[in-house]
Design a protein around this ligand. Sequence first.
Ligand code: AMP
Length: 180
Amino acid sequence: MAPSKSVCVFCGSRTGNDPSHMKLAARFGVLLAEQNIRLVYGGGGIGLMGAAARACVDAGGQALGIIPEFLCTREIAYDGCELEIVDTLHARKAKMAEQSDGFVVLPGGLGTLEEVVEVLSWVNLKELQQKVVLLDEDGFWDPFYDLINHTIERGFTNPVVAEQAIRAHSPEQALQKLEL
Ligand code: AMP
């Protein structure tokens, strides 16, 4: 049966230096396959993003990768899943949002930060309705919450954002909190 729900995963295009992060990405990919939920992601074959997509597809799941043409070589587009080639990073993010029922954010770098901040600000502006869950098992996202809370304390951010940035500490909890 084709999946009726899709989850967009934002995560690093690098592996990071703690092997538990790659394992977490793979476990999340497998869980999506087991729950018959389609993985929507950046289309790369490297880093955490590649680990999540490969694990999902290898476990019998479905994945849609959305990648700008100029990144196909640099991020080694993963041809084991459905791939949609777009023109720009902006087009990628718009398509990811359009194709997904929720967002899960795994450890990553600048690109991941850019993506999570954009979806959180769009949720806050009510331009997006999906839930956004930040997933870690080791406190990776703690400094992100510190920064968000700092901007709340200084009166620049609506306090509701601290709740809209939902936290999860296991792949199972992340899916539960998305309430798909
Ligand atoms: P990173 O966390 O830096 O490894 O990046 C994760 C993903 O985000 C990679 O696929 C990057 O190509 C992508 N990325 C980086 N910057 C942006 C951006 N401004 N808009 C959309 N995606 C981006």
